[in-house]
Each structure stands twice: as structure tokens, then as C-alpha cells.
Ligand binder design. Structure first.
Ligand SMILES: Cc1cc2nc3c(=O)[nH]c(=O)nc-3n(C[C@H](O)[C@H](O)[C@H](O)COP(=O)(O)O)c2cc1C
Length: 299
């Protein structure tokens, strides 16, 4: 299966619905996190991005940021009421705003807390849970222990982005440490990290032949031909296809946000990746990032 990775601030439902039309070979998306802070109640409206009516074109698994079992249990009830059968727990977000509160990848500093939360969760619900992790906070010393702890629980699957939290999104992915999970985890594993060209995808497939789930994030933007190549679809994504995709995305973002500044911010974020495509490399990224209006971005 090919998964669209969660990119917070990018792969929201507007983006997902349009991408699903242009890239029908994406099978499913893990939606970016919604953070749960309360243990008693949460406004359902907070889960807007997960509402089934907003996700008609592509199946999603909702992702939750939490650091208490009560928060996960509360999220499971809300997601059950929205007809979901499973949810994902984020243990990968490296932002210090998140990790300093022991959330996201901050949880990886305390494996016994993860153990306690999971124990409590599975004693109180049957709602399926899957997890997305990194290989550690600032070193990988606890990784073997983490995999052992996770092996005790009936997780639906485990997604691994093989970087440390301290690496943020830089440096190489650590395939040696990933291999520890590949060999020792008893869960279905989803690989996530740096798949942005067909050669790397093929090499991962041959190194880890038991893996059937590949999650792609930034590569979906920086290499618009990748999905066609992976799915052996001979069609080449052209600049004309891009123009259509870009216009639809812009129109839908304007419709949704009704605020040009917000939309311009979103588009600039996307352009950091889009301009890496061969057919867009002639564009001047600095100029695009200086644009003051949506119409100033021409190509
Ligand atoms: C801007 C940005 C936002 C991200 N947001 C999330 C998120 O909400 N939840 C999550 O689990 N991972 C998030 N990630 C991590 C990605 O899902 C993915 O694991 C990581 O980028 C490596 O894969 P890639 O090289 O294919 O992008 C984010 C990454 C980026 C660059």
C-alpha cells in the first residue's frame, strides 16, 4: 500500500482530496495530528479535518497527539462516533513546543510511561490503535526496549520514521536501526522517510522485502512523477497537469479560507517542495517566496 504521510499544515483535507484525484494510486492517508489536551471533554469541531464529509476522495486514518491514556480514550470515543475503526498515536513530532510537554517524540524519553499508557488504554477499549514513532529522542539506545514494549500490545500497525527527534528532518535516515524493528517487531510495519525517487524506493523494497506499506510525504510534492513511477503507470506528470492541480488547489484553498494571506502562506510552503521538480526548476524560488499576492506566482 502507498500511504500519504501526514504533513501538518500541508496535507489537510483540501490537499488530500485534490491529490487523490490526480494520483489515484495513493491508497490511503494518515491525516496530520489533532492535539488532545483535556481528559474530560473536547469539542468535536476540533476534529474537522477528520469529518467523513470532508474526506470523500481518500480514506484516512486520523492521528492524535496525546500524553495520557485518558486523552487517547476520549479521542477514541469521538472518532468512534465519527465512524472510524482505528486511530494513530503520534510519537514522532520533534518540535520542542511539543516535546517539552512530553508529547510527540518527547514520549520516547520515557518508555515506561508509554508502557503504562498502552496498558491502561487496552484495558479500557477495543478501539484499534496504531502508532507512528521515530527511533529515539537524542539517541537510539532505548530503541530495542521500545520495540519490546510495543510488542506486548495488539497494535494494528507501527509506522517508523527512522530518524532521531533531535535530527528534526535533516541528515540521513538510519536504516540500521530501522532493521532492528524490521527483525524484532511483531507488528505490521510501515516505513516512512525520504522516499523521493524511484531508486531509493526500489532499494528499500529489496532491503526490506517483508514490508508492504510505504509512506511518502515530502516526495509527493518534490517529485510529482514518483507515484506514477512506483505504480508503474507510464503517464508522465507534465507541467500542464501541474497547472491544473495547482489551480484547483489554490481555488479550493481560497474557497475554504476566504483569506488571501493565509492561502499565500500555504502556497509558499508548498513551493519550497514543488520547485524541486525537474519541470519547475527554472523558476526562481526566492521570487516566489517574496510574492505578496496569490496572482504574483506565475509559471
Ligand atoms: C512539514 C511537516 C509536517 C509534518 N507533520 C507530521 C504530522 O502531523 N504527524 C506525523 O506523524 N508526522 C509528521 N511529519 C513527518 C512525516 O509524516 C514523515 O514521517 C517525514 O517527513 C519523513 O517522510 P518524508 O521524507 O517522506 O517526508 C511532518 C513532516 C513535515 C516535513
Amino acid at each position: 500500500m502507498i500511504w500519504m504521510a501526514p504533513l501538518h499544515g500541508i496535507t489537510d483535507y483540501t490537499f488530500r482530496n485534490i491529490y487523490a484525484v490526480f494520483f489515484p494510486n495513493i491508497d490511503i492517508a494518515l491525516a496530520p495530528f489533532v492535539s488532545i489536551t483535556s481528559t474530560e471533554k473536547e469539542r468535536v469541531q476540533k476534529f474537522f479535518d477528520f469529518f467523513p464529509e470532508n474526506n470523500k476522495n481518500l480514506e484516512i486514518v486520523p492521528q492524535i497527539m496525546a500524553n495520557k491514556s485518558e486523552q487517547l480514550l476520549l479521542a477514541s470515543q469521538i472518532l468512534h462516533s465519527l465512524n472510524y475503526k482505528s486511530m494513530n498515536w503520534n510519537m514522532g513530532c520533534p518540535s520542542t513546543q511539543v516535546t517539552k510537554h512530553g508529547r510527540g517524540a518527547g514520549l520516547l524519553k520515557n518508555i515506561s510511561q508509554i508502557d503504562q499508557i498502552l496498558n491502561d488504554y487496552f484495558q479500557n477499549t477495543n478501539f484499534q490503535l496504531n502508532i507512528k514513532i521515530r527511533i529515539g529522542y537524542d539517541d537510539n539506545k532505548n530503541f530495542v526496549k521500545l520495540i519490546e514494549v510495543l510488542n506486548k500490545y495488539p497494535l494494528e500497525w507501527l509506522c517508523i520514521h527512522p530518524r532521531l527527534s533531535s535530527q528534526m528532518y535533516d541528515g540521513d535516515v538510519d536504516l540500521e536501526t530501522f532493521n532492528i524493528a524490521y527483525k524484532n517487531s511483531n507488528h505490521r510495519i510501515i516505513y516512512s522517510g525520504d522516499i523521493d525517487n524511484i531508486e531509493f524506493y526500489k532499494s528499500l523494497k529489496s532491503q526490506f522485502p517483508k514490508i508492504n506499506d510505504w509512506m511518502i510525504g515530502r516526495g509527493l510534492l518534490s517529485n510529482l512523477n514518483l507515484i506514477n513511477e512506483i505504480s508503474q503507470n507510464r503517464k508522465k506528470f507534465s507541467i500542464d497537469d501541474f497547472k491544473l492541480l495547482y489551480t484547483q488547489l489554490t481555488d479550493n484553498l481560497i474557497d475554504r479560507h476566504q483569506n488571501e494571506k493565509v492561502v499565500l502562506g500555504r502556497l509558499k510552503e508548498l513551493w519550497q517542495y514543488f520547485h524541486k521538480n525537474n519541470f519547475l526548476q527554472h523558476l526562481n524560488l526566492t521570487e516566489i517566496l517574496r510574492s505578496e499576492n496569490v496572482e504574483d506566482i506565475v509559471f
